[in-house]
Design a binder for this molecule. Structure first.
Ligand code: CMP
Length: 136
């Protein structure tokens, strides 16, 4: 049975800076994701703090927010069957050194911070994250 979902994907500053956006977008398309909307933006540190609010008690929160606001990012709404889970599978483990062969973070990630892509971790967060970037 089909369960078409939408999820939010971010191509992070390390990947945009290395001109990997088109290659990463093609990976999504080749894995049956439709890119419904996309835009390239640069967010402020306070916007990053809001976006990553769920991590505010974590020791890496400040660095994470500094990093996401350090350069342009590409944000996209991805759609396919089971989009949330399938995107997380395609991205691989958060730490690129632990990510499986063939995953985006294994292919493109540099470190746990500079791990090239973000994807929503649940359907509930996907809705919140899509709203965050594409409300209007
Ligand atoms: P992301 O999927 O964007 O969600 C939160 C980010 O925090 C994560 O990817 C990592 O890039 C970053 N991060 C940095 N340190 C850690 C850590 N120790 N555990 C999990 N995420 C971390």
């Amino acid at each position: 049975m089909n369960n078409i979902q939408q999820t939010l994907s971010i191509i992070k500053p390390d990947a945009v800076e290395r001109n990997l956006s088109e290659e990463i977008k093609n990976e999504f398309k080749n894995n049956n994701f439709d890119i419904l909307k996309e835009k390239k933006v640069k967010i402020s540190k306070s916007e990053a703090e809001k976006f990553y609010q769920v991590h505010q008690t974590k020791p890496f929160y400040n660095d994470l927010c500094e990093y996401l606001s350090s350069g342009p990012i590409v944000v996209m709404i991805l759609e396919r069957n089971e989009a949330v889970t399938e995107n997380r599978k395609l991205m691989g483990a958060t730490d690129p050194t632990k990510a499986e062969e063939g995953t985006l973070r294994k292919k493109f990630g540099i470190s746990i911070d500079k791990n090239s892509v973000h994807g929503s971790d649940s359907l509930e967060n996907a809705k919140k994250e899509i709203d965050f970037f594409f409300k209007d």
